[in-house]
Design a protein around this ligand. Structure first.
Ligand code: FES
Ligand code: FES
Length: 235
């Protein structure tokens, strides 16, 4: 035993109630805390039991659902006219359908690819009124009256668009999955005037990923297309 320690006086110890006060002391600090806890549990149980009834009351008093837009039909579809590659297509579609799905699933224009479906890879890039967008992030019904150009609409008959020709010339692809999106993006890039240097091309094409790593050839193709025509006239 340590010489400095004093013998324990039994009178200093707390009284312990064998009927459960020790539990309260250890779990809740004191009996009052335990009683509060039990009341809260009882209250929560009652709330769980009453939940469905309360929810019914809430929905009965909720505000009315707003009326759908004018072009949304009663059965949950919407009428839209999509002008794609110069041709107008009349569609009745679920308003939640993306432009990419409308192109691929409804119009059989499968050149635009679905990579991530989350706006992260650029495989779905198309041109809308000359600007590039990720078609997987855009609802088809929002494009009434827009001029939409997909990879299928870039060539002029048998004559490839200068960017398409340059991609072939410079092997700007391997598996080709990202290529339609890369080409559409490059067409817009040249119109935007963002292809003055290699690093500028890389920066402004950074939304289009290529798993095959064909980036040096893609940059070379874009430079070639720009050099040939001083910048393609667009889609
Ligand atoms: S599929 Fe649209 S960005 Fe990847
Ligand atoms: S060529 Fe294969 S992903 Fe780009």
């Amino acid at each position: 035993m340590n010489e400095d320690s004093e013998p324990l006086d039994p009178g200093d110890l707390p009284d312990i109630d064998p009927a459960g006060a020790l539990d309260d002391l250890l779990l809740f600090g004191n009996p009052e805390t335990r009683r509060r806890f039990l009341k809260q549990v009882a209250g929560t149980s009652a709330a769980i039991t009453l939940g469905p009834a309360l929810m019914r009351m809430g929905s009965a008093g909720a505000a009315e659902v707003p009326a759908p837009p004018a072009n949304v039909a009663s059965v949950g579809t919407a009428a839209v006219h999509l002008k794609i590659n110069g041709k107008v297509h009349a569609l009745e579609i679920d308003p939640r359908v993306t432009l990419l799905d409308a192109l691929r699933e409804r119009l059989n224009l499968t050149g635009s690819k679905k990579g991530c479906d989350h706006g992260q890879c650029g495989a779905c890039t198309v041109l809308v009124n000359g600007r590039r967008i990720n078609s997987c992030l855009s609802f088809a019904v929002t494009h009434e009256g827009d001029e939409i150009t997909t990879i299928e609409g870039l060539a002029n008959g048998e004559e490839l668009h200068p960017v398409q020709a340059a991609f072939i010339e410079h092997d700007g692809f391997q598996c080709g999955y990202c290529t339609p999106g890369q080409i559409c993006s490059a067409v817009a890039l040249l119109k935007e005037g963002h292809a003055k240097t290699d690093s500028e091309i890389r920066e402004w094409m950074s939304g289009n990923l290529c798993r095959c790593g064909a980036y040096p050839n893609i940059v070379a193709a874009i430079k070639e297309a720009q050099g040939k025509s001083g910048g393609p006239k667009g889609a």
